[in-house]
Ligand binder design. Structure first.
Ligand SMILES: CC(C)(COP(=O)(O)OP(=O)(O)OC[C@H]1O[C@@H](n2cnc3c(N)ncnc32)[C@H](O)[C@@H]1OP(=O)(O)O)[C@@H](O)C(=O)NCCC(=O)NCCS
Length: 334
């Protein structure tokens, strides 16, 4: 079989190339996660042409067989933290697998990983038991952490689950886009509590949540047109922010909410604050964004407390995925 691997510049791509990339990307995703929403073609195109995710800049390669795109590799170079690693995503259309295409695409990315000074190649969100996990294992990647994917289908959930009263001595505050100046320092401090989330053997580092890093994150989201909705728990007697939860709505999928970080400062755990802020977040989201019918999150598979809280507010656990890592030299040597 004759296959060509070339680097791919979305800004210069033809409509046909974009359409073929979209088909490959969504077919590979849907084979692993049937029923989970995929971006529209317009949203996919816009994202591709931006050539950057929230984490950093992106480079692309495609595999063609008889002139048609059948596989795609995306290399993301995180630019705030995690400067030692790449996030490498390889997808091959289901009907073109087991012909060496995925491996050839991965190999094409390695010189750029090395040139960018990134010895660690990571793969994220590989379905456990799926082709991607088997492929990664055959290539020498190590599994470093497992996550569960949890979804909340808004019309199926009784809103009573979100009627959770404030634990004694605490109240909720909320905002969209930019933390109020009066709360931002406490909010940044509360976000550092995410460092206690289990991370397995993963090299990925959470941001060091200073006020500056919070403002940078807010600016990055704004620049991409993403809406960030924050609910915090405030300890009333000291006016301290002690916990938070973050929801992001992307313009690519305006009917989907992405439940991101949730954290409670160690001294305030065990009061039901995690459930309280998540429940308030859902009440607020559904009141202001009735078009959102689906909310998705992922949680470390061994974070049984957060998984239970998610079930209490209506999430169901759907799949288990894995993050993998390998050294760039080990991959190149194979
Ligand atoms: C992972 C993926 C890109 C692999 O593409 P591919 O073109 O089929 O991979 P290759 O043909 O290069 O596979 C190389 C080797 O990996 C192993 N392998 C790949 N798929 C496998 C499977 N389903 N079961 C067992 N081993 C497998 C085999 O050893 C294979 O060599 P062989 O066919 O000679 O036995 C493809 O399955 C895919 O798109 N999956 C969904 C996305 C994903 O999970 N990507 C993971 C990386 S981010």
């Amino acid at each position: 079989m004759q296959m060509d691997i070339t680097s791919f510049a979305p800004a210069l791509a033809t409509e046909r190339e974009i359409a073929e990339s979209y088909e490959v990307s969504t077919a590979a995703f849907s084979a692993d996660f049937p029923g989970r929403p995929v971006p529209s073609r317009a949203a996919f195109t816009e994202q591709l042409r931006m050539s950057a995710s929230l984490l950093g800049s992106q480079r692309f390669w495609v595999a063609r067989v008889r002139g048609r795109i059948v596989g795609m590799a995306t290399l993301t170079l995180p630019d705030h933290e995690n400067l030692q690693l790449t996030i490498t995503d390889v997808r091959v259309a289901p009907e073109n697998r087991r012909q060496g295409i995925g491996t050839a695409l991965l190999r094409a990315t390695l010189p750029d990983s090395r040139a960018a000074g990134r010895p660690v190649v990571t793969g994220q969100g590989l379905k456990v038991g799926g082709d991607g996990e088997k492929w990664a294992s055959a290539l020498g990647f190590a599994k470093v952490q497992e996550f569960v994917l949890q979804d909340l289908t808004v019309p199926d959930v009784d809103p009573e689950l979100w009627r959770v009263s404030a634990p004694d001595g605490f109240r909720a505050e909320k905002w969209t886009g930019a933390a109020p100046d009066a709360l931002v320092a406490g909010y940044a401090r509360a976000r550092t509590a995410i460092m206690d989330a289990p991370t397995g053997e993963s090299s990925l580092q959470f941001p060091d949540w200073t006020v500056e890093r919070v403002r940078q994150h807010e600016a990055d989201l704004r620049e991409r047109g993403e809406e960030q909705r924050i609910v915090v728990a405030v300890h009333e007697s000291t006016s301290t922010v002690v916990g938070l939860t973050e929801m992001v709505i992307s313009p690519e999928r305006p009917t989907v909410g992405y439940q991101q970080e949730t954290a409670v400062l160690p001294a305030f755990r065990g009061h039901g604050l995690g459930r309280f802020v998540k429940a308030r977040q859902m009440q607020w989201l559904t009141a202001e964004r009735p078009e959102i019918d689906w909310v998705a999150t992922n949680t470390a598979a061994d974070n049984s407390h957060m998984i239970r809280v998610n079930h209490q507010v209506g999430y169901r656990t759907n799949a288990t995925v894995a993050d993998v890592e390998a050294h760039v030299d080990a991959l190149a040597a194979r």
